[in-house]
Design a protein around this ligand. Structure first.
Ligand code: ZN
Length: 419
């Protein structure tokens, strides 16, 4: 470890790079201009918050860390069952079923005893806890806050999802985490503009107000960092989003469509189980149903809702595991048509029993659309030269960059330190 070095990571959930503009996000725009702006940053697939959280924490793709979406299908002993990864008890069920949570170490684990980590997150409990599922550092979330050893903390985060909660969390983060406790790694994960965009149109006045709100939170963090490190050498500040969004063109009920076409016995049968992930869907197969995979993949590719279909060895090309119960990954069809507010990018989405948001006209993510795959990513301090970078980088490159700055090992990570 390098003494005195620290890293601060701020995530504005769902804020696409193209929506970071001076008129709605002046502080982020200034930060991008003053720092290293990675203009070709990409999300992972599925481009969901929980997958992104695990990929940021481990520096690995989903095939390696094993967390495959906002919804996952596991076998708890009675056949394949579909679960929301966002629920507070998901990681306990995954651990019971598989003997583990994430299959790769997180940055919290790597920094335990080496300056430590504190995460404050206002997104889903699942996404928050995936930063540090085994409790090596501190994670604060409204559903429960935990210290090392998953010890419940008395000073929890009593906030609501949304702008007011984000503001209260940012205040506490700057005062308590950055100024007083000073861990090696501090992560602040804002719920906006994601929370509002799932309920309204991209570029609408409500959505723009939430971008401005997230921008103000980032500005508060930047000012605090500047006060603590006026020369900009010791603290590496990372400002980013996990993914962008697409406007929902229409929603499909993939369970019903598959059952109607005879690919599964019934919409809720355990032979073929759909894990809806917004604008993507992952299809899991019981052993007896696996011979259906090649023909079903070809059928899916011919449907008007399909974008790209991956199965067999092609799953590995998009960072997903091949050879297990996951048989097919589907990215729904996206196009670049603009919505009523002039924001381009539409996609078909898959309805989910775990979510009643993201109706047509509202925003969603999960797939491979160009906007949902295009988060912003900028770094300042820690020796980074200002300027725009054009190399293709992704979320998995953040952790090795942070660990390099801190002087900690990043062995086994698939990402590469940013330059
Ligand atoms: Zn997200």
């Amino acid at each position: 470890m390098t003494p005195g070095r620290r890293a601060v990571v701020v995530v504005c959930d769902s804020l696409a790079a193209d929506l970071v503009r001076p008129e709605t996000a002046p502080a982020l725009s200034a930060l991008r201009a003053a720092g290293a702006d990675f203009a070709q940053a990409r999300s992972v697939f599925p481009s969901t918050t929980r997958t992104s959280s695990a990929s940021m924490a481990t520096g690995c793709l989903p095939a390696a860390h094993g967390l495959l979406g906002n919804t996952m299908v596991i076998d708890e002993g009675l056949g394949l069952v579909r679960l929301s990864v966002g629920k507070p008890d998901f990681l306990d069920r995954l651990r019971r079923a598989t003997g583990r949570t994430l299959a790769r170490p997180t940055w919290a684990q790597r920094l335990a005893g080496r300056g430590g980590s504190i995460v404050m997150s206002n997104v889903s409990p699942g996404a928050a806890y995936l930063q540090d599922p085994e409790g090596f550092g501190h994670v604060y979330h409204r559903s429960g806050s935990f210290g090392p050893g998953r010890r419940p903390l008395d000073d929890g985060l009593a906030i609501e999802v949304g702008a007011a909660g984000d503001a209260a969390m940012t205040d506490r983060f700057c005062r308590e985490v950055l100024r007083a406790r000073a861990p090696a790694l501090a992560v602040l994960w804002l719920s906006e503009p994601d929370h509002t965009a799932h309920r309204t149109a991209l570029g609408s006045p409500a959505h723009r107000a939430m971008i401005a709100h997230a921008d103000a939170c980032v500005e508060q963090v930047r000012r605090t960092v500047d006060a603590l490190d006026p020369r900009g050498e010791d603290i590496l500040l990372v400002a980013c989003s996990d993914h962008g969004m697409e406007t929902v063109a229409r929603q499909i009920d993939l369970d019903a469509l598959l059952a109607d076409a005879g690919w599964k016995d019934a919409p809720d049968s355990p032979d073929v189980v759909v894990a809806p992930n917004g604008t993507a869907a992952l299809l899991y197969f019981a052993a007896a149903a696996r011979p259906r995979i090649p023909r079903l993949a070809r059928w899916l590719q011919a449907q008007d809702f399909a974008g790209r279909v991956f199965w067999g060895d092609a799953l590995a090309e998009v960072g997903l595991p091949a050879g297990g119960p996951l048989g097919i990954a589907l990215a729904l069809r996206a196009d670049d048509a603009a919505n009523a507010h002039g924001v381009p990018g539409r996609s078909v989405s898959v309805s989910s029993p775990f979510s009643d948001t993201s109706a047509p006209g509202c925003a969603q993510h999960g797939g491979l659309g160009p906007n949902e795959q295009h988060p912003f990513l900028c770094l300042r301090g820690g020796g980074f030269r200002p300027g725009r970078r054009h190399q293709r980088v992704s979320l998995i490159d953040i952790a090795p960059t942070v660990l390099r700055h801190l002087g900690a090992a990043a062995d086994g990570m698939q990402g590469r330190g940013l330059q």
